[in-house]
Write a protein that binds this ligand. Structure first.
Ligand SMILES: Nc1ncnc2c1ncn2[C@@H]1O[C@H](COP(=O)(O)OP(=O)(O)OP(=O)(O)O)[C@@H](O)[C@H]1O
Ligand SMILES: [Mg+2]
Length: 300
């Protein structure tokens, strides 16, 4: 069997007394889109930045593209694409200049203008990055993440600040990258985005993996039973059932073929499943607030 492209075993990261990541285990297979979901402070960025080689772990095993990120070199890094949650983008170059500059650092970069078009910045190609709007700047971050034609792309809340149209365009970009064989690790608080894009999902809370599995399987079968809703004599009725169409047919038969009022079949969304998964979890294992001296800078 092929080795997973990302292999994480019992990963731990402490900031002083705070166990930000507290024994997390998962694999990511080549070619899949894996979404890491969880509340603010769950440990998503910490986990991803350890995989990217930006942060040092406290414990556990990590292998990314067959290499330990803690000791990996520049060759390894050129095979990754990275969109950090926050970037210190200075912006004294134009969009096109910045992308061309970064493209030159990679052995087999994508075409700069194609990438500009893919993120919808054609009209801003000659604009200074610092003069862009927040959402436009975020699109530059995404463009910089994909310019090097990465095998493995990390996207940490890539669409924050995107308008709905930009988000749809981004989804198309991600799908086309997947078709080309790119493996993608994504975090997002937009559960519809995760449902649209992800093959598999990991839900992390308080530094622990609550569940990991297929986007249509996570949370278990019980969390996914559909609900039939209708009105009877003006009153709202509902039934949770694995056979919703059968129930609707029964309603129709019972009414001598008359269309029942207000019928709908509602299936729990990924957001519903996610909320029930994290409902019983607590915040990160915070044994006293971390002191200032425990704050660790992100290594460049
Ligand atoms: N450099 C740091 N020094 C000290 N504590 C940190 C540092 N970075 C993160 N933390 C703490 O670690 C925990 C996990 O943070 P992390 O950024 O991984 O969360 P996240 O899941 O990415 O959250 P969000 O959805 O808000 O981005 C939080 O409690 C955070 O305060
Ligand atoms: Mg984060």
């Amino acid at each position: 069997m092929n080795q997973p492209i990302v292999r994480v075993r019992e990963l731990r990261k402490s900031y002083g007394k705070l166990h930000a990541v507290d024994g997390v285990t998962f694999d990511i297979e080549r070619g899949e889109i894996f979404a890491l979901l969880g509340p603010n402070g769950a440990g998503k960025s910490t986990t991803i930045e350890i995989l990217e080689g930006y942060r040092h772990r406290t414990g556990g095993e990590v292998s990314v593209l067959g290499t330990d990120p803690a000791t990996a070199g520049l060759d390894w890094k050129t095979r990754l694409g990275i969109v950090l949650q926050s970037t210190g983008e200075s912006g004294s170059a134009t969009v096109r200049e910045q992308l061309a500059h970064f493209a030159a650092l990679y052995p087999d970069p994508r075409d700069v203008d194609e990438v500009i078009a893919a993120v919808g910045l054609e009209e801003k190609a000659k604009t200074l990055i610092r003069k862009l709007s927040g959402g436009q700047r975020r699109r530059v971050d995404v463009a910089l993440g994909v310019i090097g034609r990465p095998e493995l792309l990390f996207l940490d809340e890539p669409t924050t600040g995107f308008d709905p149209q930009a988000r749809r365009q981004f989804w198309e970009l991600v799908r086309s990258l997947k078709r080309e064989g790119t493996t993608i690790v994504l975090t997002t608080h937009y559960l519809d985005e995760a449902a649209q894009l992800a093959d598999r999902v990991g839900v992390i809370a308080g530094g622990r993996m609550v569940d990991v599995g297929g986007v249509d399987e996570i949370g278990g079968r019980d969390a996914r039973v559909p609900v039939v809703r209708w009105r009877e004599n003006g009153e709202r009725r509902e039934l949770r059932t694995d056979l919703p169409a059968t129930h609707v047919a029964r309603l129709v038969a019972a009414g001598d073929g008359v269309e029942p009022e207000g019928v709908e079949i509602v299936r729990p969304t990924l957001e519903d499943v996610y909320l029930s998964l994290i409902a019983h979890t607590t915040d990160a294992t915070d044994i006293g607030a971390p002191s200032d001296s425990s704050r660790e800078e992100v290594a460049a």
